[in-house]
Design a protein around this ligand. Structure first.
Ligand SMILES: [Zn+2]
Length: 152
């Protein structure tokens, strides 16, 4: 894991704008680098965890996971990638206190891959009957209760 030169340049620019230069800037940059590496490590761990759950829900599904700092998850159907919000996986947000919430969330995104939307389908139809069927086949029954909240 390494930090792109571009990112460091961005930090330098930002700090310079704030009047933080020289040794003080170098020190902060080093701190940012440490934090960034830790962040990336955490993301990787979450991605591994999601892929493990995905394989349990859908053996040999051959799906990859991405963790992003987004409000809502989504699935890249062609690429077989589920994108899960960081907030769902990170303990700091407290979502882990809802039993099975993460499992349902991952099952929901997997269900999009299992029931790819047909061509020309409108957005509001993507949670239609085929989707629900796929979700039911993936998600443990006791966690399906989260589904209706999601649609609100
Ligand atoms: Zn959905």
């Amino acid at each position: 894991m390494r930090i792109r030169f571009k990112q460091i340049k961005r930090w330098r620019k930002m700090l310079s704008r704030e009047g933080i230069v020289g040794q003080k800037q170098d020190k902060l940059i080093r701190q940012f680098e440490v934090e960034e590496v830790q962040y990336q490590k955490r993301i990787k761990q979450h991605e591994t965890a999601v892929e493990r759950i995905a394989n349990r829900l859908w053996p040999k599904c051959n799906c990859k996971a991405r963790i992003k700092d987004v409000k809502h998850g989504y699935a890249l159907v062609e690429e077989r990638i589920v994108v899960i919000p960081l907030s769902v996986m990170d303990r700091a947000w407290g979502m882990d206190k809802l039993p099975g919430y993460r499992i349902w969330y991952i099952a929901h995104e997997l269900a999009h891959i299992k029931s790819p939307p047909r061509h020309g389908k409108r957005k509001r139809d993507i949670h239609g009957i085929h989707f629900i069927e796929a979700l039911k086949s993936l998600c443990p029954r006791r966690y399906l209760k989260y589904e209706k909240d999601y649609k609100k």
